[in-house]
Design a protein around this ligand. Sequence first.
Ligand SMILES: [Zn+2]
Length: 348
Amino acid sequence: MLGTPIKTATKLRTTLKSAPPMQSVRFHGPRDIRVDEVEEPMKPAYVGICGSDLHEFTSAPLSHEFDGIIEEVGEGVTHVSPGQRAVVRPTIYDGNCSACKLGYNHCCENIGFIGLSGFGGGMSRKIVAPAAQFYPIPDNVSLKIAALIEPLEVSWYAVNLSPFKPGDSVLIVGGGPIGIGIVQVLKLQGATRIMVAELMENRKKLCGEYGATNILDPREVDIASRVHQLTDGGGADVIFDAAGVEKALLDAIPACRTQGTIVNIAVWEKNPAIPVNQLMCNELRYMVAALYDEMSFLDVIRAISHGHLTPENMITAKIPLDQVVAGGFKALLEHRHQHCKILVDVQA
Ligand SMILES: [Zn+2]
């Protein structure tokens, strides 16, 4: 049932008998996001604002990091039931392309997201989507915490796809929500040294609280020299780039050990000029991780339920739906130094 390709899953939608007008946060144009009344029929509870939502805000219904309460299910749906709390796996795929046939449906040639390319999104009072996209939330995990499952997936999957092994020293470029997630996953998996290159004070503080051993401010230290110093001259075994900023990447490359690996998780606004000869001389590997697979999704739900990941302190504000523009998008864009994750309480 879980992971059923869209073509068959569309038969198994959660549906409502009637569809009264409801409020939904919608994209009208660059920097023009409004709370509209719409005629569309889960009942989202908490939504996290993601960096990609910010890109949309400045450059689509919105928001793909969310959970809620199931109101009604279609015929034959047994893994979730009305009244149950569920988190949404937002990636939608065709099940037919070469990536899907190889089992990598998160790399689908026709990939879409609930909240970015269809089915409404978390910032609607109610949504309807294929049943296979909904995963039950364990009883001991709150709806608020469950809204952080999706961004943590990105961090979890990237670490697991990378060659990281316990005992490694790691540099994370960018201590935002994804970088902080990587700190948590690396700590759980036994990294010896977790170094984070970050400028903003609130993020530095959170990374430290979650287990980063060294916070490096690129305005104060030369990142590569400091990493070599901290690793007895060896360099970082693995570097995760969660920033997507050319200068930050160029600063980080010489921090990597010979035959080490740089893993990109960032979405770049502009392609960087990567010094390939520099990678070649040290036989560095440059790889990328995109999104997450279903196994990671289930693993993160379990890790939170077992208390192995405790993301609550990443939430820096909780706002009602009608304050989403000023208290959400603009707050993240203009007051980044104060925020990590802003949750929107959709039913408030
Ligand atoms: Zn596909």
